[in-house]
Design a protein around this ligand. Sequence first.
Ligand SMILES: Cc1cc2nc3c(=O)[nH]c(=O)nc-3n(C[C@H](O)[C@H](O)[C@H](O)COP(=O)(O)OP(=O)(O)OC[C@H]3O[C@@H](n4cnc5c(N)ncnc54)[C@H](O)[C@@H]3O)c2cc1C
Length: 292
Amino acid sequence: MSTLAGFEHILRENEPLAPYTWLRLGGEAEYFAEPTSLDELSSLVGRCRENEIPIRILGAGSNVLVRDQGVPGVVVHLAAAAFSEITWQDNTMSVGGGAKLAHLVSTSVREGLAGLEYLVGIPGSVGGALHSNVGTENHDIGQWTTHAIVMTRAGEILERGRDELRFAYRYSSLDDLVILRARFALEQEDSAELIRRMQTLWIVKKSKQPSSSDAMGRIFRNPSGVRAADLIEQAGLRGAKVDTAGISEKHANFIIVQPGGASEHVLRLIDLVRSQVRERLGVELETSIEIW
Ligand SMILES: Cc1cc2nc3c(=O)[nH]c(=O)nc-3n(C[C@H](O)[C@H](O)[C@H](O)COP(=O)(O)OP(=O)(O)OC[C@H]3O[C@@H](n4cnc5c(N)ncnc54)[C@H](O)[C@@H]3O)c2cc1C
């Protein structure tokens, strides 16, 4: 820990990462940091840079599969209140990257601000959502984003305006080390109407995905014009299993993991799905989940 001396109060060594991920799998982070302020984050990023220690940002862990052997370097978890503040004025909301997307959605709806309700039921943090421009078939977070404040890998804090931001299907140009805050321009609408719309969308979303008590991950990107889930079903893989990892019976783009599972089982199942879909349907599936 000598290269990271002085950060002991926010740093733990050999922290198991499974409890921080939706798949509840994977080994340990060599170092796991939970900074409580921007200054602490900034100093930590600087120290890692000086010592060439790899650094990664973990949001709510709904889009990462941590390998069984764990992750070298520092994993930073933006769990502190300093990174999750939500404020609003007129039709604009400003939100910390560590805030829960669900919290942003429910606050926007309550305040009569329309647009983000379509993201109801998508797990994760606002930073994670912006990192891959999460969304549904017709709506994504990028369409409402006007600014982002980021920390670059060099430790600089920059504001990226709309003209610099590019969003496409599950793609965002925001690939800086940390998305610290973002601003959204929304549309004013009746709050009661918005709450009804959000509730309906939530019921539909919930009915289509596995139970939230399962350890699960949403695995593949939809190739253009087709749903990955449809391809997996057409390849006859609904319910397919490798050891503790199985394709969900309810939605074929989800992998469910039984207790006591291993990331290696998920990785082998991903390989099986990719090779079968390629052989049977001639389509190359790409993962949307990030493998650490
Ligand atoms: C049940 C379920 C349903 C889902 N439904 C959808 C859906 O309908 N639509 C959809 O698009 N996705 C969906 N997903 C995928 C997932 O919810 C999103 O990708 C989510 O936004 C990831 O956010 P996170 O905070 O969990 O990120 P993590 O999984 O923690 O991290 C993912 C990536 O984001 C980066 N990251 C996280 N926070 C920051 C930050 N502050 N600054 C910089 N980088 C950061 C990480 O470094 C990592 O590279 C679903 C996943 C699950 C498990």
